[in-house]
Design a protein around this ligand. Structure first.
Ligand code: ZN
Length: 89
């Protein structure tokens, strides 16, 4: 019984946790959280892709799009990290 519980905890830690983290990250980058939850749960190494990929659209509270070069910067940044254009006008 204890052994089974340990197995469930192990599975939860190594598969469900990356899935939940991945879904949250994907959501903050304007991507489909359900798709990335499934992908990260089935293949935990794909969490690295979720972490390093850029956003697909501006997401309030997470990413801003530069009006000049259309690159994305973190929401807290006041100037574009690519062309230094003022983002908060
Ligand atoms: Zn820019």
């Amino acid at each position: 019984m204890l052994h089974q519980l340990q197995q469930i905890a192990f599975m939860g830690f190594f598969f469900l946790l990356p899935g939940i983290i991945g879904a949250r990250l994907a959501w903050s980058k304007g991507r489909n959280p359900f798709l990335w939850f499934l992908l990260n749960t089935c293949f935990p190494p794909t969490l690295m892709i979720t972490i390093y990929q850029g956003p697909v659209r501006p997401v309030e509270g997470h990413y801003r799009q530069c009006p000049k070069c259309s690159e994305y910067s973190k929401w807290r940044d006041s100037v574009c990290r690519f062309c230094q254009t003022d983002l908060i006008a």
